[in-house]
Structures are given as structure tokens and as C-alpha cells.
Design a binder for this molecule. Structure first.
Ligand SMILES: [Ca+2]
Ligand SMILES: [Ca+2]
Length: 128
């Protein structure tokens, strides 16, 4: 799915696209993905980070894990994936690409964007 569809589908499942907010969460999501979901070389995973609204103004949650040389806005790249080629580090790419994505289910009482690190083991779901 492209980034927009992935984002919408997560929301319909009362979830958000996953976004790591710490190194431990980054490692957890990536290891879960690689170990339990997809080992295809070059595979990638959409995350909830973009600069669609304003070029260069990245929407994420304080933590970032860009690969060396990224973000480079190559070909007008406004959406972000974790990329196997970069060992799970982040690359900005075109939002229209079809990639795998990961929803993180939300607790009912937990507002979006305020998921604390202690919840990192909970409820990740991967979709193709
Ligand atoms: Ca961009
Ligand atoms: Ca890029």
C-alpha cells in the first residue's frame, strides 16, 4: 500500500502507523518486523513520519533515525520508511510507493502521539 492508504487503514483499525520514539522502540519494531514478518532483501516499512505539509519540516515525535545522507528529498520524497538496505534506518521516499506498513494499536485512553515508551511491547500489527 502507499503511505496514504496505510495511514488511513491504520486509523480505521483504531490504530496509528507505528513511529519509534526511542532507540529501544526503533530496535524493537525493526527486529519484530525482520524476525517475524518479512526477510526479503531490500524490504521496507512505512512509519508515521512525513513532510507533506511543508518541505523539510518532518512530523515525528522527537526521535529520528535517519540513514546516512537522508533525508535527501530524492524525487520529491515526503514519506518515511525503515529500509532493510540501511539496516532499518530511515529513508524519505515517494509516498506513492507500495510498501509494507505497521499499525500500532492504541489504548482507548491513550491519545494519539502520546504513547509512552513503556508501551513499546504492545500491539504492533504488520500489513502488506
Ligand atoms: Ca520532502
Ligand atoms: Ca531518500
Amino acid at each position: 500500500m502507499d503511505w496514504y492508504e496505510a495511514n488511513r487503514t491504520c486509523a480505521e483499525s483504531r490504530a496509528n502507523l507505528a513511529i519509534p520514539t526511542s532507540q529501544s522502540e526503533q530496535d524493537y519494531i525493526w527486529e519484530l518486523f525482520m524476525n517475524e514478518f518479512d526477510q526479503t532483501p531490500g524490504t521496507s516499512l512505512w512509519i508515521d513520519c512525513n513532510d507533506i505539509e511543508e518541505e523539510g519540516k518532518w512530523q515525528h515525535h522527537g526521535y529520528g533515525n535517519w540513514a546516512n545522507g537522508e533525508p535527501n528529498n530524492g524525487g520529491d520524497s515526503d514519506c518515511v520508511k525503515m529500509w532493510d538496505t540501511r539496516n532499518g534506518q530511515w529513508d524519505d521516499t515517494q509516498c506513492s510507493r507500495k510498501d509494507i506498513y505497521d499499525c500500532k494499536l492504541m489504548e482507548q485512553d491513550c491519545p494519539p502521539g502520546n504513547v509512552s515508551d513503556r508501551k513499546r511491547n504492545d500491539n504492533y500489527i504488520f500489513f502488506r
